[in-house]
Ligand binder design. Structure first.
Ligand code: ARG
Length: 601
């Protein structure tokens, strides 16, 4: 006869298949069984399992102390938190994952994972693919609203951050089998278009000629028209009239607007293409027709009030309301975002809406989301879907500690910045003698992978909320925590495998991994932590968590490779498989960070 715990253990085995690569979740499952057995009265106690990496074990269950507090004084045989810990350890069902279990201090239950299980799990991933290590999410569709520059203005480093961070978040969700609508919410609507259109008419009378791109330098065009607008009252008058004509849908104005947007769009596209970022544009103008309906619905719920001539929505805990119709009757950024939120929820059926902008817009989004909650579109509890999340980020600073600018204190053009990164990256490869041994194409591709990767990684490795200093020398250094170092580390692993002359695909089928050396075991454990790290990075929308994991992985590998000979050793097969698994996990990390891997250096 099986004891109750054992029966439940058997039934959870099937569930383990849900996330075979996720140590933490699998351990949590068996600890949950033990917790129910140990203290049946606290049946909703969630298992608290964390990696610890100390000398006592690999993982720790930390429930004993809290549980003891809850049951103390009630009818219980337990005398101390430690005795609760002992019981949790004793009641832990048999599992092939666990080698041993011990209790330390006030009741920490430490688990040493089984080497055989670690080895087997990695072998399984090598055969079934790393997709089997993807975290599972309970949602099907998400919107990631990122990049979102403004038409007729240059994309600046803030938009670069949004593009890089947003792309990485989208990739993590996609890896977790979530369908991601990658939205470019470009600023393509608003009063500035009146002045731009009027200026286009005046300065480029032949603007309708299809073969002639009228506006080469949009930034200059924007500045000049702004100057006219500010200095020339007659022009200003016409510009204001132009807005009315545009919004009224007059053909000529629509056409001019389309033209201006097109020029901008082509410029943005150059940056996206270089960075390998996919986006689908649904700009502010797209939501414009929805605004009246959405505001009417909000009004019907009694949410819209009159305030100093404007129409506003008050949200709890804030003195200033969200203005949704300006005093002149026009709509604004907030009305557009309300319509977009409505659209994403109701037309696109997205369950998670993620907005990636600088922290300066945090309040705006909080107010829009709060209005959505008041309207009953979003649950008031932030832990349930559908939910909307603002992902803020800090500034990019120059070496002088001030906002990143060019020497003439202009906004840095992103194409120029990427050009410079690439030139520097290429020069470094040439200095390593690669021009002689590689084809020109190889040189170009590697230079791009390394330098754009470096720009992305330098951004992503910081906690996004902090400001970071943009420094080419640092990000392109081949030592330290940089993409260059990591890409080279990956290429080196590939070259170890190549030089062995062995067919890894064959080895995967017949070979076995043994983890006898402590550095082999440490590497294997780190590899297996990939899944829970991606889950954490995704859940908290923090790509830096994944960067840190990747950097540590490469350190684990270096240690392993320094102390464990691979090619020609008696453990060659096992160690080549560890090399292959490391390369695979590294590549998946690169992929999730939007970095293109290189295979040789
Ligand atoms: N265009 C805005 C800017 O450059 C960002 C838009 C962000 N997305 C949104 N739904 N408001 O600051």
């Amino acid at each position: 006869i099986l004891s109750a715990a054992k029966i439940r253990a058997v039934s959870t085995m099937a569930n383990e298949e849900e996330c075979p690569g996720n140590i933490k979740r699998q351990l949590a499952k068996i600890f949950e069984i033990s917790l129910r057995e140990t203290v049946p009265s606290e049946s909703d106690e969630e298992p608290l399992v964390a990696a610890c990496g100390g000398k006592f074990g690999d993982y720790q269950c930390n429930n004993a102390m809290g549980l003891f507090k809850k049951i103390k004084g009630k009818n219980t045989a337990f005398k101390s938190p430690n005795s609760v810990g002992q019981a949790i350890a004793n009641n832990l069902p048999q599992s092939e994952m666990v080698e041993s279990c011990s209790v330390a201090g006030p009741g920490f239950v430490n688990v040493v994972l089984s080497k055989a299980w670690l080895a087997k799990s990695i072998q399984k991933m090598l055969i079934d693919g790393i997709q089997t290590w993807a975290p599972k999410l309970s949602i099907k569709r998400a919107v990631v609203d990122f990049s979102s520059p403004n038409i007729a203005k240059e994309m600046h480093v803030g938009h670069l951050r949004s593009t890089i961070i947003g792309d990485s978040l989208a990739r993590m969700l996609e890896f977790s089998n979530v369908e991601v609508l990658r939205r470019n919410h470009v600023g393509d609507w608003g009063t500035q278009f009146g002045m731009l259109i009027e200026f286009l008419f005046e300065e480029f009378p032949k603007w309708e000629d299809e073969n002639d791109v009228p506006i080469q330098d949009l930034e200059k065009f924007y500045k000049q028209s702004k100057k006219r607008f500010d200095e020339d009252p007659a022009f200003k008058e016409k510009a204001q009239q132009a807005v009315v004509s545009l919004q009224g849908g007059e053909a000529k104005y629509r056409k001019a607007w389309t033209k201006i947007c097109e020029v901008s769009r082509n410029e943005f596209q150059k940056v996206y293409q270089r960075l390998g970022v996919q986006l689908e544009e649904k700009g502010e103008s797209f939501y414009n027709p929805y605004i009246p309906r959405v505001l009417e619905a909000l009004d019907n719920k009694g949410l819209v009030e009159e305030s100093e001539g404007a129409r506003v929505i008050f949200v709890e805990g804030r003195n200033i309301p969200l203005i949704v119709v300006k005093r002149d009757g026009g709509y604004n950024y907030a009305s557009t975002d309300l319509a977009a939120l409505w659209y994403r929820l109701n037309e696109e059926n997205a369950e998670w809406m993620i907005y990636v902008t600088d922290v300066g817009q945090h309040e705006h989004f909080e107010m829009v989301f709060d209005a959505g909650k008041r309207a009953g579109w979003l649950p008031s509890d932030d832990n349930t879907y559908p939910k909307a999340t603002h992902v803020g980020f800090g500034l990019v600073l120059g070496d002088d500690g001030k906002r990143f600018r060019t020497r003439s204190s202009e906004v840095v053009r992103l194409v120029d910045l990427l050009d410079e990164a690439k030139n520097r990256g290429k020069a470094a490869l040439i200095a390593r003698g690669k021009e002689e041994v590689w084809t020109n194409e190889e040189l170009e591709q590697t230079a791009e992978a390394v330098s754009y990767g470096a720009v992305k990684y330098a951004d992503l490795k910081n906690n996004r909320l902090t400001n970071y200093t943009f420094n080419f020398d640092q990000m392109l250094n081949d030592r330290g925590n940089t993409a260059v170092y990591l890409l080279y580390a990956h290429a080196r692993i590939c070259s170890i495998i190549r030089k062995s002359g062995k067919d890894v695909e064959e080895l995967k089928k017949v070979g076995e991994i043994a983890l006898d050396h402590s550095d082999e075991r440490a590497l294997a454990l780190h590899l297996l932590q990939f899944s829970e790290v991606v889950e954490e990075a995704g859940a908290n929308l923090l790509p830096n968590v994944l960067c840190e994991y990747l950097y540590n992985l490469s350190e684990c590998f270096t240690k392993f490779y320094t102390n464990c000979p691979v090619v020609g050793s008696s453990q060659e097969t096992s160690r080549l498989l560890l090399c292959e698994a490391t390369a695979l996990v590294m590549r998946k990390c690169f992929h999730l960070l939007g970095i293109t891997p290189v295979y040789k250096i």
